[in-house]
Design a binder for this molecule. Structure first.
Ligand SMILES: NC(=O)c1ccc[n+]([C@@H]2O[C@H](COP(=O)([O-])OP(=O)(O)OC[C@H]3O[C@@H](n4cnc5c(N)ncnc54)[C@H](OP(=O)(O)O)[C@@H]3O)[C@@H](O)[C@H]2O)c1
Length: 244
């Protein structure tokens, strides 16, 4: 997949990593970008990046009717970037934890699933294209300060793998992005080094062009990933000793 001359749709494009994806897509030569956000007025600054190539559209990914309307307007999309997401706080054992968990699942899991379902036929008609799902490093191991958010991203990680398998027949590339802390409103109060959102977006687009399925775009994500590989390496070495 080449980003140059692609037609992309980005969810949650009004700020944070979504806005950075729009910038990176412009830098990389995308022909058209549908920048979507719940509040279309919030996209004014984003459109100013390249008014001739960026089309603002209202889209709340938890609203099936809005998704259907957007699909009708964007039949030329060949790169879907599922970036929109929410994160609550407060732990599992508080009075509002069920409500928080439902909100996160409705947005991060069901919202993204609905987007993939709605756009799979569009991507198919446009030579397959690609889907980028912005997950999180907390999708591979639960970080209890974000307990139910971690669970919603773990669920999304799981169906990202399934979508990759199901959509390979129509030649759709499916990329998972696993950031650690990124310097956006979502990570306010997280006392860790944070990577710039533009770095996440640029590395993801490079990964897409290099057919890399899993993107670990910052040092913390890379470190967690390498820790997770250790048991595999131990097993690999153990099995290696079985050779005569
Ligand atoms: N920041 C981090 O440390 C970090 C790390 C790993 C992964 N991520 C993931 O990166 C993605 C982007 O987050 P961010 O860091 O850029 O945070 P952010 O600044 O809070 O942006 C979140 C974006 O998602 C949008 N959004 C929320 N609910 C939506 C819905 N129902 N429909 C459409 N858009 C919706 C927000 O729109 P409004 O402006 O309307 O609220 C906003 O544009 C998320 O999926 C997040 O989980 C972030």
């Amino acid at each position: 997949m080449q980003v140059q001359d692609s037609v992309a749709l980005v969810t949650g494009a009004n700020r944070g990593i979504g806005k950075a994806f729009v910038e990176a897509l412009i830098q990389a030569g995308a022909t058209r970008i549908y920048a979507t956000a719940r509040n279309v007025e919030a996209l004014r600054e984003v459109v100013m990046i390249a008014p001739d190539r960026i089309t603002p559209i209202a889209l709340d990914i938890t609203q099936p009717n809005q998704i259907a309307a957007v699909v009708r307007q964007t039949q030329d999309v060949n790169l879907l970037i599922n970036n929109a997401g929410v994160a609550g706080t407060g732990g599992l054992f508080t009075s509002d934890s069920i409500g928080t968990a439902e909100w996160e699942m409705q947005t991060n899991y069901f919202g993204t699933l609905r987007m993939m379902q709605a756009f799979a036929p569009v991507l198919k008609q446009n030579q397959g294209g690609a889907i980028v799902n912005v997950l999180s490093i907390v999708s591979v191991v639960n970080v209890p300060i974000f307990a139910s958010y971690s669970a919603s991203k773990a669920a999304l990680n799981s169906i990202t793998q399934a979508a990759r398998a199901e959509l390979s027949a129509q030649n759709t590339q499916v990329i998972g992005v696993f950031p650690g802390p990124v310097d956006t409103a979502m990570s306010t109060g997280v006392p860790l080094d944070k990577v710039a959102p533009i770095r996440v977006a640029q590395l993801t687009l490079q990964a897409l062009e290099n057919t890399i399925e899993d993107v670990y775009p910052d040092p913390i994500a890379e470190q967690v990933f390498s820790e997770l590989q250790k048991p595999l390496k131990t097993l690999e070495k153990q099995f290696a000793t079985m050779l005569p």
